[in-house]
Design a protein around this ligand. Sequence first.
Ligand code: SF4
Length: 429
Amino acid sequence: MPLNACELEIDLFCRGMRVPDEVPLDGARGISRTRAGLGSGLEVVIPGGSWVKERIWVNVPVEESFAHESPYVLEGSPLDGYRVRDDRNSVRYPIEIPPEPAWYAKSTTRGIPMNRIGVLQGTYLGVYINMVCTFWNYSPSLNCRFCTTGNNVGEHEVVDKAVADVVEVARAARDESGVTFVHLNAGFQGSRGVQFAEPYIAALKEQVGVLVGAQLAPQKDFSHYDRLIALGVDHLSFCLEFVDPEWFAKICPGKERVLGQQIFFDSIEHCAKRMPKGAVSGEIIAGVEPIEATLKGIDWIADHGAFPTVCIFRPTIGSAMENWPSPAFDQMRPVMEHVYQACRRNWIPIGAAPNIEVSIVVNPDDTAMLVPRTPGFYVYEAYRRTARALAQPLFSRRMRPRPRRDSGANGENPPAQGGRTAGGSATNV
Ligand code: SF4
């Protein structure tokens, strides 16, 4: 029995895919080692084949050792199209391999290669704005054990990203790739604080006109989040990673020792109360801690008006967990089904924002393909479509460049410490 598009997405995350040498990948997006390493695969698009979801973006693991044992094999070419063949039953799934955008080969006016500033992960632009996550600077290192950021920044990315360069790359991504969303990620920013993201957010809102998300380590003084919201940030996400306290401490020693797990819950709660439903997300990793803890985390996040983004654990090359097994499909499918049910129960308008498809996680709205077609399903799907239609004018407004305010964003590097006066409206999507 062939899998549906979301099931195939899950299984590809779990098993990876083999890419034979003779299959040409001319023009495909290169494999990018950035951030925590989750973008280490081949970007592909699976046609949804359903009114529920038209296209599903997946960053398929191809380099890790488990991918070399995968029953999935890529076949085809740019000329006659690509397919993923499942060697267990010879089922072939048509897929697309999105081309690398022309701006990847360009440089900013300051001479920095644009793809060392930001990369596409699905349809959005991801920019790692921190120099390097501060957990990597401790001795012994306190980095999260699944992460490879400390190996990637500097090697594959520019260490210190000027606001002017980020603006220029965001403009290119918007104009040439139709990007609507820029996601700023920082790992643990140490003494720089949440406020070091302010000049980036202000400049992107004022000079580019895109939706902007920020993923920063939480900070005790929550007024900093209010300042980001006032600057116009559209989305805030918090990497809780693991729900079971013991697993949290074991896999994320820096988060445990320096921040503590509770602050992640408190930050999500604080921001979700101040932003529209679905504008905040909590990220967790499935496939390491007991599944019951993951399900509990999904429920907690959705019950607080945020949406759960669930990464399927990937034992990335170079991480301390490189030799851990990747999760099993039979365990991950119920987790993703649970994401949908939790969002439905809490009327989270998943999938409402325009053109935001994240390739490194199973998008919450992909999971609509996993659940039984009950009357409740159709009611929620009707609600989601209505919410999406009603939100379009609002998103269009928020994607217009905002008049320049006294944000302090002047195209120069952000300050190493200390904030700047945040101006602007506190309205949000
Ligand atoms: S907080 Fe953890 S996952 Fe994030 S960049 Fe730092 S070490 Fe990596």
